[in-house]
Design a protein around this ligand. Structure first.
Ligand code: PGA
Length: 249
């Protein structure tokens, strides 16, 4: 039985002081929910205090990125060991904003996924198509390819633990959510490609999220779909309303 996972992707929002305020607001509102795994992914500079502030609660902390090398001359980057030692359990990898603005390729995402597992971090791997790709009818082909490359040479036991976030780029931050049927179609295809490469048992365990304008009003319908195991939430994760998404139903 897969446990629903709702992760807040704070993106480049919240200074340390603001992060603490948001955590203190949300802590009591999501407390006691053992049905859904709750993850906050604040910016790097907030990670230590976020881990400290959520100790003993049901909230887990993730980073929004990391580099794929152990250490060295990579000015401005953050290593997997740094993320791990901060107390993170998760790391978002291959977000479409990283792919679009920072040139991340499927191959780089794959290298990061493997490194994350080496360090005991669980990757939330983002995939998804642009509007023109959907209109061209290549969504499924494209997402299958993104998933296959991201998981290339990953141990099946690790693939079971991974989270894949299907995030159609046209739905991110636009207020335009994919319908539950559109989202389910792609999430189902993701599970299918995992089954083809790693076997059905792995596909039955891997969790597939939907992301893209998830809010308190649409979460329940999306998360009720058979292949959608929760959501990766951007804008709506920065407000108290995020608790309504975590406590959907
Ligand atoms: P959004 O962002 O919820 O603001 O659309 C989702 C994401 O980019 O992860």
């Amino acid at each position: 039985m897969r446990k629903t996972i709702v992760a807040g992707n704070w993106k480049m929002n919240k200074t340390p002081k603001e992060a603490l305020e948001l955590i203190e607001t949300l802590k009591p509102l999501v407390a006691g929910n053992d049905k859904t795994e709750v993850v906050f992914c604040p910016p790097f500079v907030d990670l230590l205090l976020a881990v400290e502030a959520t100790k003993g609660t049901n909230i887990k902390i993730g980073a929004q990125n990391m580099y794929c090398a152990e250490s060295g001359a990579y000015t401005g980057e953050v290593s997997p060991a740094m993320v791990k030692e901060c107390g993170c359990e998760y790391v978002i990898l291959g977000h479409s904003e990283r792919r679009a603005y920072f040139g991340e390729t499927n191959e780089l995402v794959n290298a990061k996924v493997k490194k994350a597992f080496e360090h005991g971090l669980t990757p939330i791997i983002c995939v998804g198509e642009k509007l023109e790709e959907r209109e061209q009818g290549i969504t499924i082909d494209l997402v299958r390819m993104q998933v296959k490359i991201a998981l290339k040479d990953v141990d099946p036991e690790n693939v079971k633990k991974a989270v894949i976030a299907y995030e159609p780029i046209w739905a991110i931050g636009t207020g335009k959510t994919a319908t539950s049927v559109q989202a389910e179609e792609v999430c189902c295809a993701i599970r299918q490609v995992v089954a083809e490469v790693f076997g059905q048992e792995v596909a039955d365990e891997i969790r597939v999220q939907y992301g893209g304008s998830v809010n308190a009003g649409n979460a329940a319908e999306l998360f009720a779909m058979p292949n959608i195991d929760g959501g990766l939430v951007g804008g709506a994760s920065l407000k108290a309303d995020f608790a309504k998404i975590v406590n959907y139903d």
